[in-house]
Write a protein that binds this ligand. Structure first.
Ligand code: ACO
Length: 325
């Protein structure tokens, strides 16, 4: 049985925060942000929007795109590092909003979350446990961003993307590679608000409830982990980078994407890029990019696609699949 993407959808909040807007909040400027990252603007959720709200809107669109009845969905997986609450899962909240009966759980693998979720969804279908699985990547990074830290607040944005996985006639899933190196956990971390350190007046005062990142270390990790993961899925199918029609990289920094294109001797236009509009939306970045690339007509039936994520954990991973629609 072939398992693949039946439909895609995405949603980003209306509010746009430009680099010039950020320059009014922290000591930075449009030129620094653009040349170091490629990001020009990002979307910010409104006060009454949480991650499950963005996830729900992306999910509705993916279900319509797949042309199925929402009640056919048997499992909902939400990849997020900015869940509405520590408990319940964001996936359970999305299940309620959709008004369907489905199993639901979250995946915590930061920017690689969608790759982990996709692989889990595929495996549930391949094992014969479920027929259709909704995999969503959704984040409100603005809620864990320290708006006083110019090293991180310029990078992140909010949004959600979703895919419906199910049986397809042609193409579909070909390979997956998932990896983690927990020794680098401290390089990208929200130190407080969990069981190690509770959210107390002191940790809030020390800004430990916000995301801390060692940008240089994460950059070094990304340019090493990314090609390793791509090589892994290519090798599984005896393919080379030349055989891939389009790469969907995690949208963190255009310099990382350029380095990877150079490393594989591939033209940059084989790498889908939309980070100039949304910044780094963590677990949402790959499914948003998939949906936009699809809607822009960048995929044709039979195209071989590699999507790669890397981020907090440290985690990294890739999926290789053939476009079925
Ligand atoms: N505006 C102006 N100057 C700044 C800013 C800013 N926003 N931020 C830092 N600077 C300054 C620094 O203070 C430093 O000044 P100094 O030389 O006087 O000390 C200088 O700019 C250079 O700083 P670096 O941190 O060395 O800049 P770098 O070139 O490494 O770029 C960046 C920083 C963009 C964060 C880069 O390291 C990066 O992209 N790292 C990867 C991040 C990433 O991809 N994360 C993805 C995973 S996210 C997830 O999983 C949730």
């Amino acid at each position: 049985m072939r398992v693949g993407i039946m439909g895609t959808g995405s949603y980003v909040p209306e509010r746009i925060l430009t680099n010039n807007d950020l320059a009014k909040i922290v000591d930075t400027n449009d030129e620094w942000i653009t040349t170091r990252t490629g990001i020009r603007e990002r979307r910010i959720a409104s006060d009454d929007e949480a991650t499950s709200d963005l996830a729900f809107k992306a999910a509705e669109k993916a279900i319509i795109d797949a042309g199925i009845d929402k009640n056919e969905i048997e499992l909902i997986i939400v990849a997020t590092m900015t869940q509405d609450h520590l408990t319940p899962s964001t996936a359970a909240l999305v299940q309620d909003k959709l008004g369907i009966k489905a199993a639901a759980f979250d995946v915590s693998a930061a920017c690689t979350g969608f790759i982990y979720g996709f692989t889990a969804g595929y495996s549930f279908i391949k094992a014969g446990i479920y027929k259709k699985v909704l995999v969503i990547g959704a984040e409100t990074m603005s809620r864990v961003t320290d708006w006083e830290d110019r090293g991180t607040c310029i990078l992140f944005g909010d949004g959600a993307g979703a895919v419906v996985l199910g049986e397809v006639e042609t193409g579909g899933f070909l390979a997956s590679h998932l990896a983690a190196d927990g020794s680098g956990a401290c390089e990208l971390i929200v130190p407080a608000g969990g069981s190690r350190k509770a959210a107390t007046a002191e940790t809030i005062e020390n800004r430990e409830v916000y995301l801390k990142m060692n940008g240089r270390e994460v950059f070094k990790f990304a340019v090493k982990a990314f090609p390793e993961s791509v090589e892994n899925v290519l090798t599984q199918q005896n393919l080379t980078a030349d055989d891939i029609d389009i790469f969907i990289p995690h949208q963190a920094n255009v310099r990382i994407i350029e380095a990877i294109a150079k490393r594989f001797k591939q033209p940059l236009d084989k790498f889908f890029v939309n980070l100039h509009k949304y910044g780094n939306t963590s677990g949402a970045s790959i499914p948003i990019a998939l949906d936009e690339a699809s809607k822009e007509g960048r995929f044709k039936k039979g195209d071989k696609i590699v999507a790669t994520g890397f981020g907090g954990g440290l985690t990294y991973g890739s999926i290789l699949f053939e476009w079925s629609k």
